[in-house]
Design a protein around this ligand. Sequence first.
Ligand code: ATP
Length: 585
Amino acid sequence: MRYATLAQAYGKLEATTKRLEMTDILVALFREVPKEEIDKVVYLTQGRVFPDYAGIELGLAEKLAIRGIARATARPDEAIGAAWKASGDLGLVAEEQLRARTQTTLSSEPLTIETVYASLKEIATTAGTGSQERKLQLLADLLNDATPEEARYLARTVVGKMRLGVADMTIVDALAATHATKEDRDRVERAYNVSSDLGEVAAVLARDGLDGLGALHLGRGRPIRAMLAERLETLEEVLERLGECALEYKYDGLRVQAHVGPDRIQLFSRQLEDITGQFPEIVAGLRDALRAKEAIVEGEAVPVDANTGEFLPFQEVSRRRGRKTDVDRMAQDFPVTLFAFDCLLLEGEDLTTRGYRDRRGALERILRETDGVRLATMRTVRELLDAESFFDEALQKGCEGLMAKSLDSTYDAGARGYQWIKFKKEYSAEMSDTIDLVVVGAFAGRGRRAGTYGALLMAAYDAETDVFRTTCKLGTGFDDATLFGLPERLRPHAREERHARVESKLTPDTWFEPAVVLEVRGAELTVSPVHTCARDAVRPGAGLAVRFPRFTGRWRDDKRPEDATSQKELLGMYAGQLKAVRKAA
Ligand code: ATP
C-alpha cells in the first residue's frame, strides 16, 4: 500500500478533534490496508515503529532532522533551522520546503508503507559509529521520494511528535468496528490491555478475526497495562462498598512490574517502559527472593534509609536515568526495596482471571523476603476500628495511606474501578516553614556511618508541662564533616538514662539532655502513634510526626531548648495544613 493513503488519512485526522469522526476515518483506513501491513499502519499511526515496551523510540534529535530536510531539498541547514524556529513544527517545515523545491529528482519512487516502515525501523535501531550519518541519509532518502504532504508526517514521525491527537483507545474503537461489532469492543480492549501491543492486536484481528484474540496471552517480556484504583474519602465508605476486604499499605514510590524468567529479569514502569537498567538492586533482590522459574510480580519500589530504616522521598531515586556508574552509585547510596503486592503470572499460568486471595496466596508462596524484596503489608479487615488502626500504622511507617482490595477481584488490566480503592491521608500540603527541634537522643550508625550516628531523635517543646516530646528521627541533611563530628559535639550532653523532661516511646542508643537545637525542614506533618509530640490532640494514642525531616545545616546555638518550636506551634501548623488542603479540594 502507498504511504500517500496513510498521509491523506492523517490529514483528515488532524482536521478533527472529535473522537467519533476520528474513529470513522480510521475504520475507512483500516479497511483498505492489506492484512500483512496492518500492524505497521497501527504503529505508524501511534507515531512509533515498535510497541511502547520495546523501549525503541524514534525521537531523532531535531538538529539531525533539520540536516536531513536540508540534504533532501539541497538547502542550507541554517535556512531550515530558521524556518523551524519560526514555526516550531518540523513537519510543516519539511512540507513547505518540499513544495518550494524547484528540481524534482529523477530517481524518485512512490513511497510504500513497507519501505517507509523499513527505513524508520532502521533509523530507530541503527547504533554505533557512523550511525548518525546513516540515519541522516535514510531520512534524506525518504524525503527525497516523498510528496510534500507525506514529508509532513515523515518529519514528525522521526522526531517523535505526530500531533494527530489519536488516543490508543480510539484505535481500539476503530479496530473493533472494523473487525467485529461495537459490542465486542471490550474483548479488543482486553487483548490490548494484556498484550500492550496494538500492532499485534490489529494483526491478529485481521488474520484470525475476533476469535484469534484468545491466543494473545499474558507473557513474559511483554508488560501488561496496570490495574488502577478509584478513590474514596473515608474508610467507612471503603468498607461499605467492599465489605470484608484486604487492606494493604500504600507505598509512595514507583510502580514496577517484574518479569522473572530463568535467565532474564526485566522491569517495566507503569508507562510500560523497560527500566531494568535503573534498578540493579531489584534485579539482584528478585533473584534471591523468588522461588519460581517464571513469574510476573507487581510491586512498589521505595527508597529506604539504611540508617533509620525509614522511607526516603522518592526523588532520591527518580534521578536514576544517567550512566551506569551513576546508577550503581545511587543504588548503593539509596537502595530501593520492592514491596510486592500482586502476582500475575506463575509458571506459565495467567493468574489475572483468578481472585485476589489466590494471587496473594501465590505471591506469599513464592516470595522469601529479603532486604531488597518484601511483601506489601496486608491485613484482612471487616471492622472500621481495625481499618483505622491499620491506617495509623501505615502512616507511621511512612506510607501514604492504604489500598483496599476486593477479596475476589480479578486483575483488570488497564481498568480503573472500585475493586481497588485508594485511601490517602487527607492532608498533603507542604510545611512552608522550617522548624527548630531539640536533640534528645541518637541511634548508632551502620555501614558507612559506623562510628557516628545514623539518626538523631528530635523533640518539640511543650511549654505547658515543660517537657520535650519526640516528633521525628533526623538522619539526612548532614555533610560528612558534620556527621562525623556529631558524637564529639553532642558528648557534653550525653546521659545514660532518659532525661526526666523528655517523653519518648522510642529508646535510642544514646540519650541527651535537651540542650542542642537544630533547624529542620520537613515535607509535612503526619499523625503517628510512635511519637509523643501533641499526643492525643488529633487522634487518641497518636502524636504528630514530621515527615521527611532534613537538617538545614543551621545549628541554632542562639536558641535555648525552651525556645525551640513548641508542640502548640506544630499543632497550629498541622491545622493550617488541613485547612490548605480542604481549600484546594
Ligand atoms: P493512579 O495510579 O490511580 O492513576 P496516581 O498515579 O496519582 O494514581 P496514586 O493516587 O498515588 O497514584 O495511587 C495509585 C498508585 O499507588 C499505584 O499505581 C501504585 O503505584 C501505588 N501503590 C502503592 N502501594 C500499592 C499497593 N499496595 N497496591 C497497589 N498499588 C500501590
